[in-house]
Design a protein around this ligand. Structure first.
Ligand SMILES: [Zn+2]
Length: 52
């Protein structure tokens, strides 16, 4: 079964793991772009609530 990776900032599904990721609480969050990554880093708590 393939892993589905979700960009929690823009809520897009990613086909592959990207270079744009942040490790937070032992979990890795992937983003479609450096822009989404920067947004997450600015307000991680806001986006970490948006699971599923
Ligand atoms: Zn994104």
């Amino acid at each position: 079964m393939k892993k589905r990776i979700k960009d929690v900032v823009c809520r897009a599904w990613l086909k592959n793991e990207t270079k744009n990721f942040v490790e937070k609480d032992k979990k890795i969050y992937y983003f479609c772009s450096p822009r989404c990554k920067a947004k997450f880093e600015k307000e991680p708590d806001k986006y970490m609530q948006l699971k599923g």
